[in-house]
Design a protein around this ligand. Structure first.
Ligand SMILES: [Fe+2]
Ligand SMILES: [Fe+2]
Length: 188
C-alpha cells in the first residue's frame, strides 16, 4: 500500500522530459512509435523512463553471450535496442487520459472489489469508472494492438504480456526481454 501511495505522489509530481531524453526517445523510436509515446501523460512518460533505466541496469548486469550462443554480436546489440523500445512503449495502451488520479481509482477498486472490478472493466466504455478499469486491466493487450498496427510485431508480442503471468511462448531472448521488463516495471 505504501508503495502505491509513493507511486501516486511520484505520478502527481512527475517531471517532464529533458531535451536529452527527448533526443534519446527520437533516436530509438520510429515516427509512428514516437506518436504513441508522446501521447502518454507526463506521469506515464516519467514512469517509462524510470523503467527503462532500471531495465538497462538489469540487462547490462545479467546478459551473458554464452546464454544465447546462436546470437551474433550485432544481434546482442539489437536485443538491447529491443529492450529499450519495449520499455519506452510498454504502457502506451493506457492512452493519454490515464493520469495518476484515474490510476489510483483503479488500484483502489481493484484492491477493495477485485471480482466486481475485473467483471465491470472487461469492456471499454465512456463511463469514467468502467473505461478506467478497462484500460487498467487491458492496457498490455491494447498497447500490443497499437504496436502491431505500426508493424512492431516483436515489441507487440512482448508488451501484450507484461502484466500476464508467465512469459508466453516466444524466442528465448525475447522471453528474457519480457522478464527484464516485468522486473523493472515492478520496481518502478
Ligand atoms: Fe503496464
Ligand atoms: Fe509500467
Amino acid at each position: 500500500m505504501l508503495y502505491r501511495v509513493k507511486q501516486f505522489f511520484r505520478g502527481i509530481f512527475a517531471s517532464g522530459l529533458s531535451a536529452d531524453e527527448v533526443d534519446f526517445v527520437k533516436a530509438n523510436l520510429t515516427e509512428a512509435a514516437q506518436e504513441l509515446f508522446f501521447q502518454m501523460n507526463r506521469a506515464d512518460i516519467r514512469h517509462t523512463m524510470n523503467v527503462l533505466k532500471t531495465a538497462q541496469e538489469i540487462f547490462d548486469g545479467s546478459f551473458r553471450e554464452q546464454d544465447f550462443p546462436y546470437l551474433y554480436k550485432q544481434d546482442a546489440g539489437e536485443l538491447r535496442r529491443l529492450l529499450v523500445r519495449c520499455c519506452l512503449l510498454h504502457d502506451v495502451g493506457r492512452g493519454r487520459c490515464m493520469g495518476p488520479v484515474r490510476k489510483a481509482l483503479a488500484v483502489l477498486l481493484d484492491m477493495l472489489f477485485p471480482v466486481w472490478s475485473r467483471r465491470y472493466g472487461r469492456c471499454d466504455s465512456r463511463s469514467l469508472v468502467r473505461g478506467t478499469l478497462y484500460r487498467y486491466y487491458h492496457h498490455g493487450e491494447l498497447g500490443g494492438e497499437l504496436l502491431r498496427g505500426i508493424g512492431m510485431n516483436a515489441e507487440a508480442a512482448i508488451i501484450s504480456l507484461h502484466h500476464k503471468k508467465g512469459l508466453g511462448s516466444m524466442l528465448p531472448e525475447n522471453r528474457r526481454i519480457l522478464a527484464i521488463l516485468k522486473k523493472a516495471d515492478s520496481l518502478n
